[in-house]
Design a protein around this ligand. Structure first.
Ligand SMILES: [Zn+2]
Ligand SMILES: [Zn+2]
Length: 136
């Protein structure tokens, strides 16, 4: 189990947050408010503070990662599959791009930069999501 691998106890809110993010994987990443909404709809009675605390514990333990799209919005995603992000410039939807697909791009970036860029360095690609492509 993911939580035990990271030395964390399996508490109900932690499991609920992980389940919510796993289910939302096709939509990418969720904000704390979105996570709370999903949990509430699933019948969990958790307040925003609990979700905040749970998410930050999981982020500290590297089970989740925080993604700041613009200064205002932080979304959270699972770290179990290395990925980069594609972000829709119109509606803010986020998709995961598997790291393997961008390994060469990252190698090029390394060669051309004095920064240390590990494989977990997040590349963020901007474009239009499927819904926004159809809705122009
Ligand atoms: Zn992510
Ligand atoms: Zn969009």
């Amino acid at each position: 189990m993911l939580l035990r691998d990271h030395g964390l106890r399996c508490t109900a809110p932690r499991l609920a947050v992980l389940t919510a993010l796993d289910r939302a994987r096709k939509d990418g990443h969720l904000t704390v408010a979105q996570i709370q909404q999903v949990l509430t709809e699933a019948g969990h009675d958790v307040d925003l503070t609990t979700v905040y605390r749970t998410v930050s514990t999981l982020t500290d333990a590297n089970v989740l990662h925080a993604l700041v799209i613009d200064e205002r919005v932080t979304s959270y995603g699972l770290t179990d599959m290395p990925h980069h992000h594609a972000v829709c410039t119109r509606c803010g939807a986020i998709d995961e791009v598997p790291s393997a697909h961008l390994a060469e791009a990252l190698a090029e970036a390394r060669a051309g930069s004095r920064f240390a860029l590990p494989d977990t360095a997040g590349l963020t690609l901007h474009g239009l999501c499927p819904a926004c492509q159809h809705d122009r």
